[in-house]
Design a protein. Structure first.
Lengths: 633, 341, 633, 341
């Protein structure tokens, strides 16, 4: 361990680095520590700085299901991976180039993901015999061969931080808690990241706690200075801003935030208030929290007594003419089944957001999965078709939310929007749309005038969309009764007539199928006439696209198609699929969309599945694609 | 001015001939004009059960939803549509068995809705199983040797959930039911009206004690705001406070008139209303109070929710004018942005 | 109208008919009247008499959703169709040969189903102008050409009954109510049915109401005598006992009753008490009612506060070592989704019975449908495989119930048993099994002894079935904790490990798939190497088999295969399907099993669907099969 | 003889350091040996929430089920397994929000189970949303402008549902909690024990008023069977009957000792227990009664259910001996059979 000089002042680090700078086109860093170590914040700040610097970024937070698992234990490890690059990237990266391990637990939990040659920065202060033993290390891994394959930087982070913040006046505990900022400063130096956005962030956050602010700023600066000064680091790196972004103003955004924004935009789009009826559940709760803070945009949020009440209230609000939305995750989705069925029978617009997580049952609440597709399609009694669409990236949640509301209001049919834990919490840069460019439409309520010459028939239909009239209570002349019993075609009166039931079942299906006619033509990404098509949906977008790029970079051809519309499927899919010798379909489930595609098109889809609660790595997909390509050659 | 017949629909009423639901329907239809609200601004929402067919027979807006969940739809509607008069119709199974949780939460939230709970102490629509209000030991299709569950009293449950308006009425007592409906409709917040309703097919005569002129007088304790609680022939019986603070029934003649409890539904402590509820014997229906147990004023969830939104909207201006688009643009941009040219 | 002599005495009708008797091989009678007219009872009694007489019988009750719709209205019509024959029949028949219409509503509601030449017996007393108008007859159909295609017998049934029961001492209302017995007596004469079982039945039923008994007996006898006497009927018919029944003692049985018996038999089979946790719902409620009356066989029934509590209690009981069963229909099934997911995660035996009805939502509560298959397979969050089997006929519910319990206890996995409204209420003769022949098995609980040398691992597995140990609370040494979070393989401890999750998801799937190895080889009914296979599942068994017989009777070949196991599918299905040029799959839904078969085997199944709330008629299926056969020729 | 440590499991306890759940766990573990029941005959069943992780830490049988549904599993188990001691652990969200209906039905059925409801007035596991017991106006993640729902009082709700045993205790008060656990365990039938529990991450200090030695004395009203209800320093405060029959707090010195209400949890009328529950101010926790509010004896659903079955079995003999096979054969045959040879 080298002696170091710490610069505890809040001054800006020397602008011209004294050490040589090497260029990298992309870097993957994983911050890992105790749940209480602030790793999510650290990662988030590093990401922001990188994004503002102009890199493309993608992130993967990975935190325990416990609120605060006991310090220093394996289950208590919280990690945040950020991938930043000078070019368009699509995933948070397969394997970290650098691991920041704030304690032995963080090292142990993450080591298996590190490729040989990776760099490890660890807090040596935490490698006490007790801590090591707590996570099952019988011997200090630093002492044996365990870490031989890596470049290890052992730094007394806690000691260094304490020293750095000594003057700030905070107590011992708060001093130690600033060590994430020391680490952030150090890594910022190492990758030539600016510190100013983080400083601004801290100033705002701790505006009312000047001592803690001082400590955090001191730690941040000290970390930066430490990098510059210590002999541990002989070189620093630089990742140039990405050039391939379309012009515009950007921000970094998570899927849940984009979803919340999208719902607000949709309410604005059709001039209706948004009503969210929801019950907290990981990883969907943040949408509730975020929308609860957007009341100024006419959004009402209602935390219901359970999931059924949440969707019931949303349906009641939709009946009254609001944009009724409910948000949940898998188990909550199961509880909503019966009410979704009612919405199908009532033929009212309703948006159901399922932020999927690992299942079955309570499963893996904080992990990601795509395993609710079948539930979304079929999880109700009777023939109960709904529209199902899926977002493909964090920022895409914005557009998908708008589309979900538009489809629901136009067809007067429930729409299920599938997101997942990875999209919800992962982030990426987003080109902020101009508000004036956002879509607007008319919800087209039934009016007294339209019906003044004839009896109102709540189950008559638009000839093209097959949508029924949406007649709001309060509209004179249109009083009517609807319910979950089968209804007579056109009049909506209760009907037990056999032929009518058959007609109505097929009409509801036809109405959903008719949406296919409104889906834009598929844009297959196939620059050079490949023989293998890789098909995807939802959050596999990034890993698949990255794998396709890797395959192409290797000189091979592969086509790519990502589906947003899962029910109904796009009409031209029937034309696309037969063009290829092989269709590969990676999913984070046991092959749910593959089942649908096989059934529908009788194509012998190669279903590639993993259910690890984590996104595919682009590396594994690259391997799979290469194998399939080889098999057709 | 509307009349009862304006609230009739073309739908053929499909309850069993003789069902108590007919009487309730007739009373509600004849009460409706007094509301002074146009038909299109009235909504009836129900769950599933014989009672829950009610909306089909009201020429208003109506939703026949799913079993036990009517209060949830009413919740979303009441929060977003203050211009409507919202009525929930439920049964003892719909509202207290599968839907018990929504009921207590709607009551504690004090939403602007009126809940009519048709209590026939049986499952009618599914042909005669016992319900949570069935008396202990009842032999039904699903309990050939008699039920084992101690019954729920909707009044006591509602009071336990801190309901602001709780009342009970009888299907066949048009005047009494109308009075209670009136009070419930005037109440600001959630009103629960339990209506004893005869199911003449599966539980016939369940409330005969309260209807038969020879027994009704001694069985019913009429609750009249501000009046001493006396009942029976010539007010021969009275409700007085027991030594331990509870309530008991005594001969009016034998007690000091000052001892007779004066009914006050407006007191904020629900204890007395709770005590009144417990005077009734669930088995014999002896000493069943009828009328308004509790009616207090408290803020309504939906009013407060709208106020939060309206205040926020008023500050930001959105979206009717379009003036809020700047605010929305600022929201979308958030704190940290960068520009790519 | 002829003058008639009514014989009001209780004496047996003349044994030797004075009128000529014609032979019929099969007859279909539909009794139709007001809900209050006792048509279900009448049909049931006629069926019993026919069955006891030795005919094969099949029945289809069809009653309104209302308890008592107002008398004389179309929605208030209740009907009961019985098909009886001198040979093996499979369905309640496509179209009635005879319609007994107790009022104009019954006539109007049923006329459309009558083939030309059918016989109509109607109660002329009820054809008043008011009654006619009530059901929308602007003119009396007896007076115009409406009934020209039929043989109509107009009888003053009410008057005749009143006269017949005049001496019994009952009031006017009860007198008129006996007219169903008059009709039964008449039809019994017409088809030479014995009256004694009905007499016995009435004597038992009205043992404590001697006047009503007298009235009913008088009406019954009078109806019989009336047939013999009146000139309206010049001929009577006879349907000989069926010869093709295996030897044994028989009874008539409905699906719900057979299901209840099957559950009792299963409890006996593994010496465990049966616990039913249920919430009433049509058409499943009768299983609850029936089992509630079988306490002497150690059966406990619990009417829960809702469907979730019903299945939750069943799961709790299963955890404690009972046979946990829950019964419901579509909407209730939707509510149980989340708890089924928990049972999947806990890996405990549980039997979930879904008596399907018309959907979506509340749908058509009293009608039949097969539209919950997808919900059974996929209606839960995450990858949540369960075993799914379906009963094919009323009596088959007995065997299916036993198999469901056996599979659940052996695999420690939830089993969904699909029945439907048609099976539930329909009846057929059942050869009563000898109790000694019923299967028995050992539930194989984990014991203290088995584990005394090692730590108990609740998620270790049987190498073949992959079932985990079922260790009951109360067993010393095996205390353990289980739950809905993902569990570590073998130990069952909570595990968030990615690789473990993937392993566990696949293990649960493999365990269900492993059941396929225990399914007996498929018995394809293909006597002469057909090119077309008709595949079925559930209650389409009867109509399909009848259609196949009709096709073969017409000299054409068609193969038939009926599936009981829907998840997993039998292994040899993969071999069977490719043998045929066409596979036809009729379903009372929009093609749910067809989707699965297509996905699994990439076979271009011809999906034949109807969603009318009624079974297929064998006639329509015969037509479909002939068309398909023609297309391959 | 077992000791507290025998009830510890190998599972690492994963609550936040400082969470009130630790104290409850320690108390329960040390209380368990007093039950005198072997570990394998004890079952803990929970729903979902921080509190619901409890079973993992008890070396007994245990099920961590799904959100709000623990009472349903306990119901099936208690009916079929009278030999077990069944404990349900739930939270204010798990037990009163999503699971409110199962809770009231389990209580009214009076099943032989003990329900521990950890009330931290917040959703812990999902990181800080308000719960049905959160005080009005509370700012949480889902209510940035404050909650609008009037809170539920689990004690009042349970009494409204006719619960036979209702008590309240404090996480940090080992002796008091132990005493209440003891009473609950001895109670035949369903016992609800509300335990105020500090969530030091999302609702820290919620019950400090009741714990801080400077305020506890004046805030807590200890309930002791058969004793006059006095509290505060040197019993300076007392609970007396108000003129209107309700209860109020008075200076002990200022009232006639005979006026002081004597606590009797055994009275069959729940009114007094209900009145006690309403003494507490939900916002400030002033005058919070702690101890057993109600404890009455009533038949238990599970006992009755088993009796119905056992009586029927005893008459018919089935299935252990096989003697019942004749009866079963008769059942299968029914009334109308025929023979085909
Ligand atoms: C989810 C669900 N479960 C069960 C049913 C069946 N069901 C319909 S109404 C009813 C009970 C009705 O009882 P109650 O609410 O007392 O109404 P009543 O018919 O007595 O007026 C039941 C169990 C259903 N329709 N949906
Ligand atoms: C069906 C379902 N809905 C929602 C959730 C998410 N969830 C888990 S625990 C919880 C609330 C926990 O609150 P509480 O019962 O008070 O327990 P605490 O964590 O405070 O101890 C919620 C909403 C879930 N797991 N399942
Ligand atoms: S079953 Fe009972 S409650 Fe239902 S309509 Fe008939 S009489 Fe009324
Ligand atoms: S979040 Fe609160 S309740 Fe949950 S473990 Fe942490 S301190 Fe305890
Ligand atoms: Mg009822
Ligand atoms: Mg809580």
């Amino acid at each position: 361990m080298s002696e170091v000089m710490v610069n505890p002042s809040g001054s800006v680090p020397p602008p011209a680095p004294a050490k040589p700078v090497e260029r990298r086109d992309r870097v993957i860093i994983r911050f890992a520590g105790d749940s209480g170590d602030g790793m999510q914040l650290t990662g988030d700040r590093f990401t922001s700085a990188s994004a503002i610097f102009g890199n493309d970024v993608a992130t993967l937070p990975d935190f325990p299901a416990e609120i605060r698992a006991p310090a220093g234990t394996l289950p208590g490890v919280s990690a945040f991976q950020v991938h930043f690059a000078d070019h368009d990237i699509l995933t948070p990266g397969d394997a970290p180039d650098v691991l920041i391990a704030m304690n032995p637990a963080a090292l142990r939990a993450n080591l298996k993901d590190l490729p040989r040659g990776a760099e490890i920065i660890l807090d040596a202060d935490e490698f006490t015999p007790r801590n090591l033993q707590r996570v099952g290390y019988s011997a200090d891994p630093r002492a044996d061969e365990s870490l031989a394959a890596y470049t290890v930087r052992e730094l007394p982070l806690t000691t260094l931080t304490r020293a750095a913040v000594a003057d700030s006046g905070v107590g011992k505990k708060d001093a130690a808690r600033a060590k994430n900022m020391f680490a952030l400063g150090l890594v910022s130096w190492l990758y030539s990241r600016p510190l100013d956005t983080t400083r601004g962030y801290l100033e705002k956050k701790f505006a009312r706690a000047p001592q803690i602010l001082a400590a955090n700023l001191a730690a941040l600066n000290a970390g930066y200075a430490f990098g510059e000064t210590t002999e541990d680091f002989s070189v620093r790196y630089e990742v140039a801003p990405a050039a391939d972004f379309p012009a515009g103003r950007y921000r970094n955004i998570s899927g849940n935030l984009a979803l919340a924004y999208g719902l607000v935009a949709a309410g604005r789009g059709c001039h209706r208030p948004v009503f969210l009826g929801s019950y907290p559940i990981t990883p969907a709760s943040d949408v509730l929290h975020l929308l609860a803070g957007m009341k100024q945009f006419g959004v009402t949020t209602f935390q219901a007594e359970d999931e059924i009440a949440g969707i019931g209230a949303a349906l009641g609000a939709a009946y009254g003419g609001a944009i009724g939305v409910t948000t949940t995750s898998g188990p909550g989705m199961a509880l909503k089944s019966e009410m979704i069925g009612l919405a199908v029978a009532l033929e009212l617009p309703l948006v159901i957001v399922d932020v999927q997580r690992g299942g079955p049952s309570t499963g893996l609440p904080t992990k990601t999965e795509q395993s609710d597709l079948m539930q979304a399609l079929f999880g109700r009694n009777g023939e109960s078709p709904v529209i199902v669409i899926a977002a493909q990236s964090p920022s895409d949640c914005f557009d998908t939310a708008i589309e979900a509301v538009a489809l629901a209001t136009r067809t007067r049919t429930p729409v299920i929007l599938l997101s997942d834990g990875y999209l919800a919490n992962g982030t990426e840069p987003w080109r902020i749309p101009a508000v004036a460019d956002l879509p607007t439409w008319d919800p087209g309520f039934a009016t007294t005038e339209q019906w003044q010459d004839r009896e109102f028939t709540p189950y008559s239909r638009d000839p093209v969309s097959l949508a029924r009239p949406w007649a709001l209570p309060g509209t004179p002349g249109l009083t009517h009764r609807i319910g979950g019993l089968e209804k007579a075609d056109v009049t909506g009166a209760i009907s037990y007539d056999p032929a009518n039931h058959d007609t109505m079942v097929r009409l509801r299906q036809a109405k959903v199928d008719a949406v296919a006619a409104t889906i834009p033509p598929l844009a297959v990404d196939d620059p050079d006439g490949a023989r293998v098509l890789v098909l995807g949906w939802g959050s596999t977008y990034g890993p698949i696209k990255a794998a396709v790029q890797a395959v192409r970079a290797g000189g091979q051809s592969v086509a790519r198609l990502h589906l947003r519309h899962l029910n109904p499927l796009p009409r031209d899919l029937a034309d696309v699929l037969p063009r290829y010798d092989r269709v590969v379909l990676p999913e984070m489930n046991l092959g749910q969309l593959a089942t649908i595609i096989r059934a529908r098109y009788l194509v012998d889809v190669i279903s590639v599945t993993q259910v690890r609660g984590l996104p595919f790595t682009s590396g594994e997909l690259t391997g799979v694609l290469k194998d399939v390509i080889a098999s057709v050659d | 001015m509307l009349a009862a017949k304006d609230f009739k629909t073309d739908n053929e009423v499909r309850w069993c001939p003789g069902c108590g639901d007919y009487a309730i329907l007739a009373t509600v239809q004849s009460f409706m004009p007094a509301l002074g609200i146009p038909r299109e601004r009235i909504v009836f929402i129900s769950g599933i059960g014989c009672s829950s067919r009610f909306p089909y027979y009201m020429n208003t807006y109506g939703v026949h939803s799913i079993h036990g969940r009517a209060p949830t739809l009413a919740t979303g509607l009441s929060i977003t549509r203050p211009d409507l008069s919202i009525w929930v119709v439920t049964g003892d199974g719909d509202g207290l068995s599968i839907g018990g949780n929504h009921l207590i939460h709607a009551l504690r939230r004090n939403l602007n809705i009126t809940i009519l709970l048709f209590n026939n102490r049986i499952y009618g629509l599914t042909k005669g199983q016992y319900s949570p209000t069935s008396e202990l030991g009842k032999v039904t299709k699903s309990t050939p040797l008699g039920t084992l569950d101690r019954p729920l009293d909707p009044i006591a449950l509602a009071l336990g959930a801190n309901a602001t308006f709780v009342a009970r009425a009888l299907d066949s007592d048009r005047a009494g039911l109308t009075e209670v409906l009136q009070a419930a409709a005037q109440h600001s917040g959630a009103a629960l009206v339990e209506i004893y309703q005869n199911c003449n097919i599966f539980n016939d005569g369940a409330f005969d004690t309260l209807k038969d002129s020879t027994t009704a007088g001694e069985s019913i304790i009429p609750l009249r705001q501000g009046e001493p609680i006396v009942f029976g022939p010539q007010g021969s019986q009275a409700v007085v406070r027991a030594a331990d603070g509870g309530l008991r029934v005594a001969e009016t003649a034998a007690v000091d008139p000052a001892e007779i409890v004066v009914h006050d539904a407006h007191r904020s402590d629900p204890t007395q209303a709770f005590a009144l509820a417990h005077l009734a014997d669930p088995h014999t229906l002896q000493h069943t109070p009828i009328g308004v147990f509790r009616s207090i004023s408290a803020p309504c969830y939906d009013d407060l929710a709208r106020r939060q939104v309206n205040d926020a909207v008023a500050q930001a201006g959105f979206p009717e004018t379009g003036a809020g688009d700047d605010a929305f643009a600022a929201l979308l941009a958030g704190r940290d942005t960068w520009v790519v040219d």
